[in-house]
Design a protein around this ligand. Structure first.
Ligand code: PLP
Length: 354
């Protein structure tokens, strides 16, 4: 089986080698060093500042989204949520659960998020913006520069879910004025699921997090930051996934760092998008993340193609839910994939579509 899914993804030999070994005890100097070094490298790869922080949470990406929202906002806030797919809606669901007021900015299927749809909220007293840098369910890459400028001129905090965009698209934490960046292990980091990270700006730590009493013990960011100072976590972390993470961060560094990694992903995405020209497939017109290419089936039948690719060719694409089930599959460019893999995928698609 070869995974073209958005997560979990094909893992790399470096991390496969680490996974499956006997886990060490973690309240040790050695483990603290590994966690501290991982924090340093995640901060470096996000282009954040020395004084910013990164905390490690043992949960899937959604847990980290919830931790970010509850750690920074309360029912006294008023948030804007870019809602252009299932992950944007998840932000809304989290706000609903915690009684935090928000206005969704809906991005309709196939449409691009424009300046006009956010600028109409200028000067309306919003305190924060929640956005998925790449809305993985549609593959749309939002214009973070535009969103960042909007947040700056309105004095809003910017929460960026970069779960599928980190390492796939160029993201500048400091440059974009991001206050919380959410990352998770099973996407481009290509690790086992279960570990998520929040990169936190000094500004939001000082102005918000440190002044708030967390409504959650497990996700109390102040506890995580305090223990993190000595390379520890308040509760038992996903020890194995942290070891995989450290190996992966080293591998990325050895191969030229984050920019090189993004460039590689970009090239793979372009390679595939060029390759499928001539097949009876369309690619959406809105800006796309390098992480994933949505392929639209002119005559429907997407889900059946998904099943046939899996059963006949051993290739696993990402199916869509809801209205898009028969119209769209998604092909990822994250994880251990190479041009040859896309050659085989394209040939298989051609054969099945014929
Ligand atoms: C994968 C993903 C998530 C998190 O999903 P989990 O299943 O909770 O890990 C959140 N946001 C985006 C944009 C994602 O791609």
């Amino acid at each position: 089986m070869k995974l073209f899914t958005v997560g979990p993804v094909e893992m790399f030999p470096e991390t496969l080698d680490v996974s499956g070994r006997q886990l060490p005890y973690f309240r040790t100097e050695r483990f603290s060093e590994i966690l501290l070094e991982s924090e340093r490298l995640i901060k470096e790869f996000s282009k954040s500042d020395e004084e910013d922080r990164c905390v490690f949470l043992t949960c899937s990406g959604t847990g980290a989204m919830e931790a970010a929202i509850t750690g920074c906002f309360s029912p006294d806030d008023k948030l804007l949520v870019i809602s252009g797919g299932s992950f944007g809606r998840r932000f809304c669901e989290i706000c609903d659960v915690h009684g935090i007021p928000y206005t969704p900015i809906e991005v309709m299927n196939g449409e691009k998020l424009t300046e006009g749809s956010i600028s109409k909220y200028d000067g309306c007293g919003y305190t924060g913006m929640l956005v998925n840098v790449d809305e993985t369910s549609t593959g749309q890459l939002y214009d973070m520069k535009m969103i960042s400028e909007f947040c700056k001129r309105n004095g809003m905090y910017l929460i960026a879910d970069a779960i599928s965009a980190f390492l796939a698209d160029n993201i500048e934490f400091k440059g974009l004025g991001i206050d919380v960046m959410i990352v998770s292990s099973q996407k481009a980091l290509s690790l086992s699921p279960g570990l998520s990270m929040l990169v936190l700006s000094r500004r939001i730590i000082d102005e918000r997090i440190s002044k708030r009493r967390s409504p959650s013990l497990y996700f109390d960011l102040n506890l995580h930051m305090k223990d993190g100072e000595r390379g520890q976590t308040p509760f038992t972390p996903a020890v194995g996934t942290i070891l995989e993470l450290n190996a992966m961060l080293h591998a990325i560094q050895k191969e030229g760092g984050v920019d090189k990694k993004v460039e590689k992903t970009h090239n793979l995405a372009l390679y595939f998008r060029n390759k499928i020209k001539g097949l009876a497939l369309d690619i959406p017109a809105y800006p796309l993340s390098n992480a994933v290419t949505p392929i639209l089936f002119r005559n429907g039948g997407a889900y059946d193609v998904h099943i046939r690719l899996m059963e006949e060719k051993g290739l696993v694409l990402t199916p869509s839910g809801g209205d898009l089930r028969d119209r769209m599959l998604r092909v990822s460019h994250i994880g251990n994939l190479r041009e040859e893999d896309y050659d085989y995928l394209t040939d298989s698609l051609r054969e099945i579509l014929r």
